[in-house]
Design a protein around this ligand. Structure first.
Ligand SMILES: [Zn+2]
Length: 235
């Protein structure tokens, strides 16, 4: 799949302690063309992590071991990676932006989720958002809403901005994405006027709600909902 190829090109691991990175399965070498180890490894080491190539916990590279295991290309790339004596976690980072990396952000989100760096977003068909027949700014807005990057009272407080967590409209409940766009009692009155109605069922988050909507409604309802969500946020 083309997306997977792009993810392989765009997402890379930055080595911290090396504990979370598998030597032969993860893209951790500083080389854009192939960030994977090329040397064949002994089968008993297939599951080994990069941390085992260090002299001791958070120590320097074990150069004799690296010489023994890898070809010259891999050796040079490994030894060019600076190591920290402080215990840092290995992290996925987004590589250069030249090859359409931005457009496969959903794939990146998937990788982050896989490695527990953000809470899982279940069942969202991300590419569907970009195929909705609505203006680009609305597609973008929906994408941001579902990625939980909208500045709601709750998310701003998470960033330690001193504001009340209550919804500024109803002043009754905490304002997260679901509340701001769908479940606030004042917003529900608007939904009630549409064919979608104000029913939110068992949705516990805006992604949950969107997933329910997009799996039970036709595209004209979904597009209308997208436009309405955008309008609600403008007011
Ligand atoms: Zn409210």
């Amino acid at each position: 799949m083309a997306t997977q190829v792009l993810i392989r090109q765009c997402a890379k691991l930055r080595i911290g302690s090396g504990l979370r990175t598998r030597i032969w399965d993860d893209p951790w070498l500083p080389n854009t063309d192939n960030p994977y180890i090329e040397s064949e490894g002994p089968s008993e080491l297939r599951m080994a992590t990069v941390s085992s190539l260090r002299l001791y916990e958070n120590g320097g590279w074990n150069i004799p071991l690296i010489r023994n295991l890898f070809n010259v290309r891999d050796q040079l790339l490994i030894l060019s990676i600076p190591l920290s004596r402080h215990a840092r976690v290995d992290r996925w980072i987004w590589g250069d932006d030249k090859r359409g990396c931005y457009t496969v952000k959903s794939g990146y989100m998937y990788l982050l989720k896989l490695h527990n760096q953000i809470p899982p977003v279940v069942g969202i068909n991300w590419s569907h958002i970009w195929n909705l027949n609505v203006p680009g700014k609305i597609q973008n807005f929906i994408w941001r809403s579902l990625s939980n990057v909208l500045p709601t009272m709750k998310s701003l407080r998470h960033r330690r901005i001193e504001i009340p967590e209550w919804c500024p409209l109803c002043r009754h409940e905490e304002e997260d994405g679901l509340h701001a766009l769908v479940s606030c009692s004042l917003v529900r009155n608007i939904w009630h006027l549409t064919s979608i109605g104000s029913y939110i069922g068992s949705a516990i988050s805006i992604t949950d709600w969107w997933h329910n909507l997009t799996t039970t409604r036709d595209s004209s309802d979904i597009e209308m909902a997208a436009i309405l969500m955008w309008n609600i946020r403008q007011n």
